[in-house]
Design a protein around this ligand. Sequence first.
Ligand code: SAH
Ligand code: SF4
Length: 359
Amino acid sequence: MSMDKIALADLSLDELSALFKAWGEPQFHAVQVWRWLHLSSVTSFDEMSDLPARIRQELAENSVLNSLLPVHVQSSVDRETEKVLFRLRDGKNIEAVSMRQPRRRGGRHTVCVSTQAGCPVGCAFCATGQQGFRRNLSAGEIVEQVLFFARKSPESPVSNVVFMGMGEPLLNYEATVKAIRILNAPQGRNLGARHITVSTAGVVPGIKRLSGEGMQVGLAISLHAPNDSLRQSLVPLGRKYPLRALIAAARDYFASTGRRVSFEYTLFNGINDSVSLAAQLARLLAGMNCHVNLIPANRNADSTFRAPSRDRVAAFRDELIRRGVTTTLRRSLGGDIQAGCGQLAAYDTLLKPCTSGNR
Ligand code: SAH
Ligand code: SF4
């Protein structure tokens, strides 16, 4: 696919309007195109029936409607979870996941998007991190992951978007924020910022910047350890941004957005799952209005990082709760499609709370 053509999903409505202006076309046609792109399932410019033929031709010559090519789809047995591998225009691959709850469980439709092909952070336990970094995605490539699932199942509109796929969103800051604004735009999908969550391995300057955007986007911080030395061994970015600074940034985020921060804590057997570490975690978060999500590790190629036994997981959770930390234990499910991608499997579990005990 040609890289010279503009990917329409990369443009804000203002930018699309400016393009139409440059073409000498009336503005209201830009709004029409924007709506076709974001709110319909058309796959070609010819289907944009209310546009003059000359504009359809101009668009076809200069732009592309889709820059992502779905090359592989995996569905869980219950068909609630679907993981899609997309090929980008330059041949690189990314993945996105859609999770649809049945109506009796709320009917939420969450799409998890990637922000980078690969990831430069290099967490030892993460399948994406182990691939290395290829490149940042554009805003349009992020937005199109959502549009793909929205078009595929018009009967269950996308209600939530989580930035928990491949890559570190806050190391691709501009495209991430632009994608959020495009998804947020009232003339387009109009997805509320409160229904969007950005997950970060702890890029402190990015968290600070995000808190000043005037958007009420949810923030999830992948903590995984309550002290710097352990954290640095799991999340290399911890060397650059120590816990003191990270926790301070999380507090500020809550103060300026009113959104309670969640901390993701993936449990790795024998590595970060002892009861004394739970106590240390509770001390670290003492007095903070936050939430801890415990996630037993997903299997990936590296056998060093395995989920603890149920008993160890429960003991860790109980210690946090005993010390007053709001905690949810997430369970792994849809194991049939999690294989091979520890990280994509992870957020699948994030959104599905356990049902017994505090689970
Ligand atoms: N880079 C961002 C967002 C993408 S990773 C971040 O790290 O937060 C999404 C989540 O998957 C993170 O919480 C990450 O720590 C988690 N994860 C990665 N590999 C995992 C694995 N093998 N098991 C469980 N969670 C994993
Ligand atoms: Fe990157 Fe997140 Fe994976 Fe770490 S866990 S390597 S930050 S995608």
